[in-house]
Design a protein around this ligand. Structure first.
Ligand code: IPM
Ligand code: MG
Length: 373
């Protein structure tokens, strides 16, 4: 295991809005446990983002927080947004804070693994045999496409009505780098990549296809590459999800398909993610880890949220930012055993059953960690 020799691992914690602070609290309990047991030590600093930052500073992301994020080894992110801020001008919405972080940190590769824990195979809305053993990885391009493309905005037409505009735009280089990440990941898995687009209606989709094929032929001949239209992929994800190994796709399709894939695992409350930037000269990447789910304002502050996606995001941080595979396994196994012991928050408890609270779910994970270290 990695030494706890006080190696400086600078982590910026941004709990955000809604259930963000509650689920992050459970992650921090694990961080403190690792510290107490001398498993690993992190230099943690905490800050505001999203609506919380707007309430305190009038902006969803201050320059100071952005600077901290850019100079940290990793960022742990909760969730942002909520009805409280929906009347604000668009640039001040909590989500803008997250999108600016992604862009400024150049976090172009968003890894969203959808793996089914055996104990949860019955919690999926699909039949057990369709999802048992499922293990797929969605690689979503995160800093381009229609989320950031220009022109964008709302125009007033000559008759006084309005026109909303967003633009899907991808340079070859943007496609190339995310396809490479997908191929590298596939090499550590089942060596299959499926590229998803709408090449039947969008020229940019055709460019995705051609670029993916070129990169695969030149540098990853050992990886099998296939293509699928996004609408078909949505259907295939609920029809036969185990056909996929690694999926690589644009920002918008990745957003949509990953929510769909999340439900296969039982609940949106289970899916972690890692957002990675380009490797620098020393091989290090800027990185942000966040659950795929949102801020769930309807249950915020009630101690009902499932903290597992956030806890599993922390495990991804150990694995991808700090090369601590053993410690990441510890956390993932603790989650697996807590679920096997029957501890469930409402989202995975099954209808009519009152689930555990956020804190109880966190306790269960800590109990399992205590058993093994
Ligand atoms: C996600 C979320 C975000 C996105 C929102 C909160 C901006 O849905 O990470 O999937 O659309 O990317
Ligand atoms: Mg989303």
């Amino acid at each position: 295991m990695a030494q706890s020799s006080g190696a400086n691992r600078k982590v910026l914690v941004l709990p955000g809005d809604g259930i963000g602070p509650e689920i992050m609290r459970e992650v921090l309990r694990i961080v403190h446990f690792f510290d107490r047991r001398r498993i690993a030590r992190f230099e943690i600093s905490e800050d505001l983002v999203g609506g919380a930052a707007y309430d305190a500073h009038g902006t969803p992301l201050t320059e100071a927080t952005l600077h901290k994020a850019l100079t940290s080894d990793a960022v742990l992110f909760g969730s942002v947004g909520g009805p409280k801020w929906e009347k604000l001008p668009f640039e001040l919405w909590p989500e803008r804070g997250l999108l600016r972080l992604r862009k400024e940190m150049d976090l172009f590769a968003n890894l969203r693994p959808a793996a089914v824990f055996e104990a949860l195979a019955d919690a999926s809305s699909l039949k057990r045999d369709l999802v048992a053993g499922l293990d797929l990885m969605i690689v979503r391009e995160l800093t381009g496409g229609i989320y950031f493309g220009e022109p964008r905005g709302i125009e007033i037409l000559s008759d006084g009505t309005r026109r909303g505009i967003n633009t899907e735009v991808y340079d070859e280089a943007e496609i190339e780098r995310v396809v490479r990440v997908a191929c590298e990941l596939a090499r550590k898995r089942r060596r299959r990549v499926c590229e998803i687009d709408k090449a039947n209606v969008m020229e940019s989709g055709g460019l995705w296809r051609e670029t993916a094929q070129r990169i695969r032929d030149a540098d990853y001949p050992d990886v099998e590459l296939s293509f699928m239209y996004a609408d078909n992929c949505a259907m295939q994800l609920v029809r036969a999800p185990k056909q996929f190994d690694v999926i690589v796709t644009s920002n918008l399709f990745g957003d949509i398909l990953s929510d769909c894939a999340a439900m296969l695992t039982g609940s949106l409350g289970m899916l972690p993610s890692a957002s990675l930037g380009p490797a620098d000269a020393s091989g290090r990447r800027k990185a942000l880890y966040e659950p795929v789910h949102g801020s769930a304002p309807d249950i915020a502050g009630k101690d009902l949220a499932n903290p597992l996606a956030c806890i599993l995001s922390f495990a991804m941080m150990l694995r991808y930012s700090f090369d601590m595979a053993e410690e990441a396994d510890l956390v993932e196994n603790a989650v697996r055993h807590a679920l096997a012991a029957g501890v469930r928050t409402n989202d995975i408890a099954g209808s009519g059953i009152t689930g555990a609270s956020t804190g109880e779910m966190g306790n269960a994970v800590l109990r399992e960690l205590e058993k093994v270290v």
